[in-house]
Design a protein around this ligand. Structure first.
Ligand code: NOJ
Ligand code: CA
Length: 712
């Protein structure tokens, strides 16, 4: 009896005081504590360094007291998890999931014993935590008006940020101290169709930061399902970042019905920038695949009728009229404009090229009726997704593609009318399957319908996940453009191969473009949540090639475009330029043909956000390695040890390098290709031009090659 009381007393004491856990390697410490008002707080340390100082947690509820203070700890659970799992596709063959968990149950005795669980998972490379609202007697439905989660940073860190926005992630990044962030400039960017900037001091996640003493911190979220996306509002004096959720059409943030969990809030923290890129924390916080049989899911390299529309030599639309209606327009008798890209003939030309050059698939945009006035009207019924233009023969192309062993990728631009898409998707997916398509690229350009909703609010977050589920049911692979930024859901829905959800290469065709540093920041920001369909591989760098007075250009060298196939991880990679442009540079094109899209292993060899990245990857099931190295506007020299290679083997390294006088602006297309015999002991010297790159393939050398190819 006495012993029982003592144990109870000890438990009560321990619950009143701080709860602490350490990461498996002991370096990170997480401390949870209630304030004297019963407000939950947490704190994160790396050794003796503070990463997140005492920060408030809490959720405000509409018409109620919410979950902000007055809590008591009613239960504490801790566990250690150490397991390994295999992704369906990925950067590595196996992923270790190793963390210490602390789950604190907090009860509001003033509110009829309502409770919430705050679950923390502490990995060696960072922290994830979320709010869980289990099914309980006194809590069913509630509306979140604000999430109060704070990230109280220990200093005025350098940040790689883009404006906080409810609708778009297609800005380029700016690098400043937190105190110097001014996100209102985004209002002046007129090349983004739908944008809703939050304010001067609000930024998006993934937010990449570097502290004065060289620590790398990345804040994002994992498993964003049935909840709005999180932006961060910066207090520019105290460096406290506070969660700012995307609202819905009537100003609410999230509609909850228990049991209901929020997404995980993630803080990745590493002493080396390379380890940020290698982190699997966000994937580990997502649920395992919900698709049982995944054999139909295939990493894909594709070409497409696409860049020519962005450049302007072809059009998505069939006719040059400005007012059409799905059911009233006489589509067969429209006068063709003579520039329509998606014709049967041009598609066959792409299929031929794909078959000859070994590509898996061809994407065709502008194949379906509706493009004449798709843009800018906030129109509900722009596309029906099942009626081809008169000059696009679906049945004939199905036959032709099959005969040539090439897959076709369907395009569903929704014009952001998600209601229209949801009404028509069943029929659209049936149409796809009937004509042999098993991959779709979706798009959400423009202001969202239902009107008043935003791209990143709860309604649209649910829509994107709905599309992932419906496509999975139909064994269709998915590539979403203009969705909310990814949060690792491709683990749960591996048919969701990629998203755009950032400023892609397309901006280089028709806007001020992407600055030379852009691709050195994306892996540290946007790609933390998942693969990007960046559409690399532009060889004809300057748009003046097509129109003499055009100033637009890709802000890289040609070789940097090659290196992106390795540095920008995606199981879906496009060779985005015209086949005609590849025909002119078949020696450089060889790298795009060879490079893998699925990997056994990945080595982040060197990286610094905003400056440079060098990555080597081993092709899935092969002894081949591919290396990509890129730099920002500064030229760069670096030495790379090939210790990742199998020491028992000689390799032929084909090195695609910027020519001596290459320069992204002055001479972007100058390159050289050289072959050398190399080994694990070899140290390569790479020279990258201003906004240049280097791409290398390593293939096992034959006996003949060991004798004939020159040693490095
Ligand atoms: C924007 C997408 O990012 C792009 O790839 C597509 O071609 C256009 N929308 C048209 O749908
Ligand atoms: Ca886009």
């Amino acid at each position: 009896m006495k012993k029982g009381i003592l144990i109870m007393l000890a438990m009560m004491l321990s619950m009143a005081s701080a709860q602490t856990i350490k990461s498996p390697n002991g370096k990170l410490t997480l401390k949870f504590q209630l304030t004297s008002e019963g407000t939950p707080t947490y704190e994160l340390m790396l050794g003796k360094k503070s990463v997140i100082e005492t920060s408030r947690l809490g959720i405000e509820v509409k018409n109620g007291n919410g979950f902000t203070e007055g809590f008591e700890i009613s239960k504490v659970d801790t566990t250690l998890v150490d397991e390994t799992w295999q992704p369906v596709w990925g950067e590595v063959k196996e992923i270790v999931n190793n963390y210490h968990e602390l789950a604190v149950t907090l009860t509001l005795s003033s509110e009829k014993n309502r409770y919430v669980v705050i679950r923390f998972r502490l990995f060696d490379d960072g922290l994830g935590f979320r709010y869980e609202f289990p099914l309980q007697e006194n809590l069913n439905y509630f509306i979140i008006s604000n999430e109060l989660t704070e990230f109280n940073l220990a200093g005025d860190h350098k940040a790689f940020w883009m404006p906080g926005d409810y609708d778009t992630n297609e800005y380029f990044y700016t690098t400043t101290k937190l105190s110097e962030v001014d996100a209102t400039f985004g209002v002046n960017v007129n090349e983004i169709t739908a944008k809703t900037v939050i304010g001067k001091n609000a930024v998006q996640t993934p937010l990449m930061m570097k502290t004065a003493d060289g620590l790398y911190i990345n804040i994002h979220e994992a498993a964003l399902v049935n909840y709005p996306a999180m932006n961060l509002v910066i207090d520019q004096k105290t460096f406290v970042l506070t969660s700012h959720l995307v609202p819905d059409a009537v100003g609410n943030k999230a509609y909850m019905q228990t049991p209901h969990n929020t997404p995980w809030r993630t803080v990745i923290v590493c002493e080396r920038a390379e380890d940020i890129l290698a982190s699997k924390l966000i994937l580990n916080l997502n649920e395992p695949s919900k698709i049982e049989n995944t054999s139909w899911i295939k990493p894909t390299k594709y070409i497409g009728i696409w860049w020519e529309m962005h450049v302007g030599t072809a059009s998505w639309s069939y006719a040059d009229v400005r007012n059409v209606k799905l059911d009233l327009t006489d589509w067969k008798n429209l006068t063709p404009n003579g520039r329509h890209g998606a014709t049967t003939e041009r598609t066959k030309f792409y299929i031929d090229f794909a078959a000859k050059q070994g590509f898996d698939a061809v994407l065709i945009e502008g194949w379906n009726i509706g493009w004449e006035d798709w843009f800018g009207q906030w129109k509900e019924e722009v596309f029906d997704f099942v009626t081809p233009y008169p000059d696009f023969d679906v049945a004939e192309l199905q036959k032709y593609a099959e005969q040539n062993g090439v897959k076709l990728i369907m395009h569903h631009e929704t014009s952001a009318s998600a209601t229209n898409y949801e009404r028509r998707m069943d029929e659209a997916y049936r149409f796809m399957k009937k004509y042999g398509y098993d991959a779709v690229k979706t798009g959400y350009v423009g202001r969202i319908i239902p009107r008043g909703e935003f791209h990143d609010g709860q309604w649209m977050v649910n829509h994107y996940v709905h599309v992932a589920k419906e496509t999975a049911k139909n064994k269709i692979m998915l590539d979403a453009h203009e969705p909310v930024r990814p949060t690792g859901l491709h683990r749960t829905y591996p048919n969701w191969l990629a998203c755009e959800a950032a400023r892609g290469n397309e901006f280089n065709a028709w806007s001020q473009g992407n600055p030379p540093e852009h691709e050195t920041i994306l892996p540290f920001t946007r790609l933390m949540g998942g693969p990007m369909d960046y559409t690399p591989g532009i060889f004809e760098i300057k748009m003046s090639h097509y129109y003499p007075d055009r100033k637009e250009q890709v802000h890289t060298t040609l070789v940097k475009q090659l290196a992106l196939y390795v540095t920008m991880y995606s199981p879906l990679q496009m060779a985005a330029d015209y086949p005609e442009n590849y025909e002119k540079h078949l020696d450089a094109f060889q790298f795009i043909k060879d490079v893998a899209v699925d990997w056994d292993d990945t080595k982040i060899l060197e990286a610094e956000p905003g400056d440079y990245i060098t990555i080597a990857r081993k092709a899935k099931g092969k002894e081949e390695w591919y290396l990509g190295s890129i730099t920002d506007e500064n030229a760069r020299e670096t030495k790379i040890k090939l210790s990742f290679l199998n020491p028992k083997q000689w390799y032929v390294a084909t090195i695609y390098a910027d020519a001596k006088d290459a320069h992204w602006e002055k001479n972007p297309m100058a390159y050289e290709v050289k072959k050398y015999l190399v080994k694990d002991k070899t140290e390569l010297k790479l020279k990258l031009a201003e906004s240049g790159g280097c791409a290398i393939s390593f293939k096992p050398a034959s006996e003949e090659e060991v004798k004939s190819v020159k040693k490095y």
